[in-house]
Each structure stands twice: as C-alpha cells, then as structure tokens.
Design a protein around this ligand. Structure first.
Ligand SMILES: [Zn+2]
Length: 70
C-alpha cells in the first residue's frame, strides 16, 4: 500500500537526440515507443544520445572528471 514506487526514481521514457528513437521503460526493460501506431525505432546504426527529461544528468563539465574533483 505504502510501497515506494521504484519507477518514480528512474526515467520512464527517453528520446535519442541523434536519430529520434523513442523508448519507454516497461516490464523491466526499454521498449521501442509507438506514436500514432508508428514505431519510433530511429537508426539501428546510431549510438544513441539519450535525452532523459533532465531527471538523469551524467556529469559532463568537459573535463572528463567527476564533478567536485577540482
Ligand atoms: Zn539514436
């Protein structure tokens, strides 16, 4: 009843900034999203640059070192 929902702590959808692939987190894995019946598979050759709603931001200050190591 009062169980914390682990799904709230992680992104539930993501979009590739390079090829436009869209995925949704479902049943424990990423599934290709469908929009208006069209599967947004993007490019199979793309290395995928995921845009995850700003909820998950990997450190990237251009130095290649973890933030706060200055
Ligand atoms: Zn991609």
């Amino acid at each position: 009843m009062s169980d914390p929902d682990p799904e709230l702590r992680r992104p539930t959808d993501r979009t590739c900034e390079r090829c436009g692939r869209e995925e949704m987190w479902r049943d424990g894995s990423w599934r290709v999203a469908e929009v208006d019946g069209e599967r947004r598979v993007g490019s199979v050759y793309c290395v995928h640059e995921w845009d995850i709603n700003g909820t998950f931001v990997p450190f990237d200050d251009g130095s290649g070192r973890p933030a706060g190591s200055a």
